[in-house]
Design a protein around this ligand. Structure first.
Ligand code: ADP
Ligand code: MG
Length: 291
């Protein structure tokens, strides 16, 4: 049966927007020594905006944007939604692709009028060719904390699109409170090394690991478990769900994907990162009463 102290901690959590799915998670949270964070949608708002576009010579800008929006219109990725919003703002009409394949952690493949297109990270469209096409531009973008994606057709790279996601106002403060409590903070992101480095520096994160595929996030959480014993993982995406399930405590952003919300042990109802420190305080207080 559930202890009165546990019940009272769960209900006071709920009142301040922290949903605990059970008493055991409170107990685990009280022992947390390290917290891993996803980047996009967790530390950042997850609503990136297109900032720069470089198009292959000889290609028409409007038709390139039309194709890009068409393909991305069938993906739920925040980057995909940003491309679609950008093209809608330019009032360029587009229709859904004939076929689409979403390759989690890499990008999307689509067919329009029997022509195949790929949109995604450099390694997805061909790293060497992508680097040659960007000719240093993606490095400059990354140093600004921007994410670069590539559009490719059967002839090669067709365009580079840079997007910037804004760091949540409360991220820096939330991380600082946790670090002051002696908790190690680390970001696990699918984004590139340079972009990750820029975001980590801006938010004063303890550490970061870039270019994580969903299964890499799981392995890094396992490493953290070995090193720190009790570890929380905070995320919002489908790609974070396996890592949320692996951590001692999985914490989901309330506006995250359904899979993340279902998998998590704790849900931050308003995406409010400082509530993590509050949840830990609550759990420690409960532990003192129970003991
Ligand atoms: P994060 O951990 O930052 O949320 P993801 O694992 O979702 O990142 O994606 C990793 C990378 O794969 C992105 O930074 C992007 O380069 C590429 N990518 C994934 N899906 C898409 C898409 N629909 N359109 C363009 N690029 C994508
Ligand atoms: Mg995310």
């Amino acid at each position: 049966s559930i202890m009165p102290a546990t019940l009272s901690a769960i209900s006071s959590g709920a009142r301040s927007g922290i949903l605990f799915k059970g008493g055991a998670h409170l107990e685990n949270l009280s022992h947390v020594k390290a917290i891993a964070f996803d980047k996009t949608g967790t530390l950042t708002r997850g609503k990136p905006e297109v900032t720069d576009i470089i198009i292959r010579k000889g290609l028409n800008r409007d038709s390139l944007l039309k194709v890009s929006a068409s393909i991305e219109s069938r993906s739920n990725h925040p980057l995909a939604r940003a491309v679609v919003r950008y093209v809608q703002n330019e009032q360029i009409p587009f229709s859904p692709p004939d076929h689409l394949e979403d390759v989690a952690g890499w990008g999307v493949k689509g067919t329009i009028d029997q022509k195949e297109w790929k949109i995604g990270k450099a390694a997805f469209v061909g790293k060497e060719e992508a680097d040659a096409f960007a000719n240093g531009a993606s490095l400059v973008f990354a140093e600004d904390g921007k994410t670069t994606i590539f559009v490719a057709d059967h002839e090669g790279i067709a365009a580079v699109i840079a997007l910037k996601d804004i760091i949540r106002d409360e991220t820096k403060q939330a991380l600082k409170i946790l670090q002051d409590e002696g908790i190690f903070t680390i970001m696990l992101t699918g984004d590139s090394e340079k972009t990750a480095k820029a975001i980590a520096a801006e938010t004063a994160l303890g550490s970061y690991i870039a270019q994580c595929l969903p299964e890499h996030k799981v392995n890094h959480v396992k490493d953290l478990l070995e090193k720190y014993g009790t570890v929380a993982m905070v995320g919002d995406g489908i790609n974070d769900a396996p890592a949320l399930a692996t951590a001692s405590v999985g914490i989901a952003m309330g506006e995250g994907s359904d899979v993340a919300l279902e998998t998590a042990d704790v849900v931050l109802m308003k995406n409010d990162l400082p509530k993590i420190a509050e949840a830990i305080k609550l759990s420690r207080k409960m532990q003192r009463i129970v003991k």
